[in-house]
Write a protein that binds this ligand. Structure first.
Ligand code: COA
Length: 325
């Protein structure tokens, strides 16, 4: 069974209100909304005027449509927005102007608890889709939001998680450590599997030395000290995934060639690697899945299909934490 099919069954049991702010901007999003409602998969929050939506959405008890031009909590929204962005010292008029942008209005709806999570990016570029959420929702405990990719193939015993593949360009060792910890938590809490995290390098436990290696080694050590999960590194990719190689290169490894969470040293490595797995390795790549937002927000590719949007909603719903709805 495909990983998403398995996740779907769990996600369906959960409660969750997902905001899809691009439905009236993009027909694929509208079609995904219609399917989600037909499947009674989740509650939806949509933006616009009722008459802009087809009957199966505007008449559904699962759908709440919020009209920005007639939103009864708009004053509260302006206040909260200016408070979160106090360093910008926005006037009320400036705040109103920014909130007229559907991305900012939608992000504030999540922040105000009108929805538990949000999916966007079919219409907007990734950076434009995510910037409001990075500015307003931010990462948990002030830490970084991380872009991850779920990599799977029929013959894998479990899915792999690659990170960071889309957001943090050149993390320092502390940031890289956080990326590994956040990845392990997602693998355990959302995928419901035991993470085995490998911090990847061109060296396995001191087989070579250099600045690039030290960063990965130090990051792995910091992550180990801050996580209850199995975390190892620095190690080469073959030490992480081939048991025979692990026996030779790192005989005391607990992972022993069965890593499932891969932390790449920078964005070049992470992004290139997942594309190699996808384009030459015959793997299915699902994502990017954004980890560590205070409320789940996920970004779509502008080339996404209706199914991709639906699947992103499945993952977003699973990322909602207990007590959030
Ligand atoms: C997403 C991205 C494009 C936003 O960049 P930007 O528009 O130049 O915005 P900034 O870097 O000024 O960041 C805007 C806010 O988001 C925050 N932010 C940026 N990246 C963040 C991250 N990974 N985690 C948490 N917060 C982050 C910044 O701290 C800043 O907050 P502030 O305004 O309160 O100070 C940026 O993270 C980036 O350039 N990433 C590199 C990779 C890339 O281009 N990815 C494409 C998008 S997937």
């Amino acid at each position: 069974m495909d990983i998403i099919d398995r996740l779907y069954n769990r996600a369906k049991e959960k409660k969750g209100r997902i905001l899809l702010p691009e439905a009236i901007l993009d027909e694929r999003v509208m079609q995904a909304c219609i399917r989600l409602v037909a499947d009674k998969f989740c509650n939806l929050v949509l933006i616009g005027k009722k008459e802009q939506y087809p009957i199966e959405l505007k008449n559904s008890p699962l759908v709440k449509i919020i009209d920005p031009s007639n939103y009864d909590r708009f004053n509260e929204m302006i206040k909260l927005f200016t408070q979160i962005r106090k360093k910008n010292k926005y006037t009320r008029e400036q705040a109103m102007e920014i909130l007229a942008d559907p991305r900012y209005f939608a992000t504030m709806l999540v922040e105000m608890g009108e929805a538990d999570g949000m999916v966007l990016g079919a219409y907007y570029t990734s950076a434009d889709a995510l910037r409001p959420a990075l500015q307003l929702i931010k990462g948990k405990e002030g830490k970084m939001v991380v872009g991850s990719m779920l990599i799977n193939r029929d013959d894998f015993t479990e899915p792999h998680l690659y990170l960071d593949v889309s957001l943090n360009e050149n993390p320092n060792q502390e940031q890289l450590a956080d990326i590994g910890v956040v990845g392990a938590e997602f693998y355990y809490n959302v995928l419901n599997r035991e993470p085995k995290v490998a911090f990847l390098s061109y060296s396995t436990y001191g087989s070579a030395e250099g600045e690039l290696i030290s960063k990965v080694r130090n990051a792995a050590n910091i992550a180990k000290a801050n996580s209850k999960y199995i975390i190892e590194g620095e190690m080469q990719f073959d030490s992480a995934v081939v048991p025979d190689v692990a026996r030779t290169k790192c005989p005391s490894s607990q992972i022993m060639g069965r890593a499932n969470v891969f932390v790449f040293p920078d964005l070049n490595c992470g992004n290139i690697s997942y594309k190699i797995a996808q384009r030459l390795g015959g793997c299915k790549a699902t994502g990017p899945i954004m980890l560590n937002f205070r409320h789940p927000v996920n970004d779509l590719s502008r080339g996404c299909s209706v199914i991709d949007i639906y699947n992103t909603v499945v993952i977003t719903k699973l990322q909602i934490e207990e007590g959030e709805n």
